[in-house]
Write a protein that binds this ligand. Structure first.
Ligand SMILES: Cc1cc2nc3c(=O)[nH]c(=O)nc-3n(C[C@H](O)[C@H](O)[C@H](O)COP(=O)(O)O)c2cc1C
Length: 281
């Protein structure tokens, strides 16, 4: 693991504000020596509807697929607010990551996010609340911004951002552009996030050097589905049938006996052997 970590910035941007912020996040990450790839999530609205919404021309960015996420060392999400929440385009993409969840593919990857709202109090913070469950379920490591930039204490003008991530305020008609202070906050977020990603990479290398065979298990936890399957595979196979439940009830085994209770073990065994069904691909 000698090359620089690769960060994916994955965004949805209808009027360009998130894209502008993304370019600053990208600069901040690259300044710290990271490789960055920008992607947009698939559009779910028809051209007809997009025209009625006065959407800007589609961004010239590759469209991300869930499968591609496995190649990212870290992921930063760019999210414009919709009714205090994330847009359905972003949610639809995140909902397509069930297969990755089942395999624990994203577990342990650092992640962060930045936001855009039309108004100052339009829900940058509530938007992130809808995002964090996805990170938690995947086992991703969410890195917030904190109050890491002095502009966040400046109340003399409208400034987007919160402790959860940098942000901009586009104005209700989209005419306000990302301000210099918001750009500075985005840069701070990117640099701090880059430091986390770099530190984690160094930690992984150190672990690899110490215990080469166990790096995988010590740095990345597999998902419950994978663990459950492994548990079933690892269980000793026995041809002995489970003892009848009646026997367990009438057992006269003395208290404190060190003899293993096979009756009980067999009962658990039987239960565990019915593999869980996964709702994902
Ligand atoms: C359907 C819809 C719902 C929106 N809901 C909100 C909202 O709840 N709060 C808010 O401040 N802005 C809201 N906006 C404004 C967008 O957040 C704003 O256009 C966006 O952040 C601009 O980012 P972009 O230029 O990257 O598309 C909404 C816009 C649309 C189209």
């Amino acid at each position: 693991m000698s090359s620089a970590p690769t960060v994916y910035i994955i965004l949805y941007s209808l009027y360009g504000h998130i894209y502008t912020l993304a370019k600053h996040i990208q600069s901040g990450l690259e300044e710290q020596g990271l490789q960055v790839k920008l992607y947009q999530v698939p559009e779910t609205l028809s051209d007809d509807i997009l025209e009625k919404m006065h959407a800007a021309p589609k961004l010239d960015l590759p469209i991300i697929t869930a499968e591609e996420l496995k190649d990212a060392d870290a992921i930063v999400w760019g999210i414009p607010t919709r009714f205090g929440s994330m847009p359905s385009q972003m949610k639809a993409f995140l909902d397509s990551t069930g297969g990755l969840w089942a395999n624990g593919t994203l577990s342990g990857k650092p992640t962060s996010a930045f936001f855009s709202t039309g108004s100052q109090h339009g829900g940058q913070e509530s938007t992130v609340y809808n995002l964090i469950p996805y990170f938690a379920h995947h086992g991703m490591l969410y890195v917030p911004l904190g109050f890491a930039n002095a502009n966040m204490f400046d109340n003399s003008e409208v400034i987007g951002s919160s402790s959860w991530g940098s942000g901009t305020v586009s104005g209700s008609d989209g005419s306000r552009q990302v301000s210099d202070k918001e750009k500075e906050i985005a840069l701070t977020q990117a640099k701090n996030f880059a430091n986390v990603v770099i530190s984690m990479q160094k930690g992984k290398v150190t672990l690899q050097q110490r215990e080469p065979s166990s790096t995988e298990s010590s740095t990345q936890q597999s998902s419950p589905v994978v663990q459950k399957e492994k548990q079933v595979q690892d269980q000793p196979k026995t041809d002995a049938p489970a003892a009848p439940a009646k026997e367990e009830q009438t057992s006269t085994k003395p208290a404190g006996s060190s003899t293993p209770d096979h009756t009980k073990a067999n009962k658990v065994d039987k239960k565990e052997k019915s593999p869980s069904k996964c709702f994902c691909m």
